[in-house]
Design a protein around this ligand. Structure first.
Ligand code: UDP
Length: 327
């Protein structure tokens, strides 16, 4: 029996595939390669170029492979784009997942772990954020992810499917062996953009807002290493296989860093002065997002291995300096 990883050619998906294979699992990857990279897929995984909105392709895959559980990363994930093109987000994230669940139900595949996000909370009511806190997304990306969680819940009631939603905080870093890492086009995330400066691809980094109610006025985020996220997916799948009930878990280190602190860490890691410029706020950015991941630690036994930001940024730098243009 194999694990099906949808979106396994993307950033977090490719790292999870790598960890699954390292753990001796049989892995099938499906990805439409619109934002993922074929080169990012582990050579021991069986690859299918499939779009989750295409039911015939999915059905054929479920008929060809014996799938015991699904890990679902296949989604659009840029906050800014979701605001200008919400229909794309509803189509790919929500309609795509509807097609996927229909195919799973029809083929008797009843376990799914999937990517959710801290963006489901919107402006948090308290820090650190717990899973039971209010979910009022401030952007369309978070709204579609929350809708995916609800879709899973109703499908579970009707068809007995079981799910785990993993609400990631700020995914970052790269595989410590340096062979896979973060590659987005266009890049919008803070750490890869900062590292474009020492890589000679950007003159300076923009700081979006210096007037937030935080210790230095810049936004606070909880940065979590991609391999730690990958491990959480494996633990969540095992939890479902052992009969665990539907659940939602935050995944973060529980420590917040300001944008200026992240830039300082990158200066230290790269030895480059990395000039920075204060710019206006970016629309839709909450001042602080920091996770309580106590539940994932207690229920799944999850323990992040890369809790130190300097180590995290070092793994990212190791990837970007050797792959300045991605794959
Ligand atoms: N950010 C920034 N400059 C950039 C990119 C991001 O100041 O060029 C800030 C952004 O406003 C946010 C934090 O860095 O406060 C993390 O942003 P990112 O897009 O990496 O992740 P998000 O928190 O939006 O998921």
């Amino acid at each position: 029996m194999a694990i099906l990883v949808l979106g396994g050619a993307g950033y977090i998906g490719s790292h999870t595939v790598c960890e699954l294979i390292a753990a001796g699992r049989d892995v099938v990857v499906a990805d439409n390669l619109l934002t993922g990279f074929r080169e990012a897929v582990h050579p021991k995984a069986r690859f299918y170029q499939v779009d989750i909105r295409n039911k015939a392709e999915l059905d054929a895959l479920f008929e060809q492979e014996k799938i015991e559980g699904v890990i679902h990363f296949a989604a659009s994930s840029q906050v800014g784009e979701s605001m200008s093109n919400p229909l794309k987000y509803y189509d790919n994230n929500l309609c795509g997942t509807t097609v996927l669940l229909r195919s799973m139900v029809e083929h008797g595949v009843d376990k799914i772990v999937f990517s959710s996000t801290a963006a489901t909370y919107g402006e948090p009511e308290r820090i650190p954020i717990s899973e039971g806190d209010a979910t009022v997304p401030t952007n369309c990306y978070g709204e579609t992810k929350l809708a995916m969680e609800k879709l899973m819940s109703w499908t579970s009631r009707a068809h007995g499917l079981r799910y785990v939603a993993l609400r990631y905080f700020n995914a970052c870093g790269a595989h410590p062996d340096g062979h896979i890492g973060e590659a987005h086009n266009p890049e919008t995330h803070l750490i890869p953009l900062i590292l474009q400066v020492p890589n000679g691809q950007r003159a300076k980094i923009s700081i979006f807002g210096e007037d937030y109610p935080t210790k230095d006025g810049t936004c606070v985020r909880d940065y979590i290493h991609v391999n730690d996220l990958a491990q959480a997916h494996i633990l969540a799948l095992d939890y479902l296989m052992q009969g665990g009930e539907n659940n939602v878990f935050n995944l973060g280190n529980g420590v917040g860093f300001t944008v200026k602190e992240v830039i300082d860490v990158a200066r230290k890691v790269t030895g480059h002065p990395i000039p920075a410029e204060i710019c206006p706020r970016r629309a839709g950015d909450p001042a602080q997002l920091v996770a309580s991941s106590e539940k994932a630690r207690a229920v799944l036994g999850w323990k992040p291995q890369y809790a130190d930001l300097e180590t995290i940024v070092s793994t990212a730098w190791n990837w970007h300096k050797n792959h300045p243009n991605g794959y």
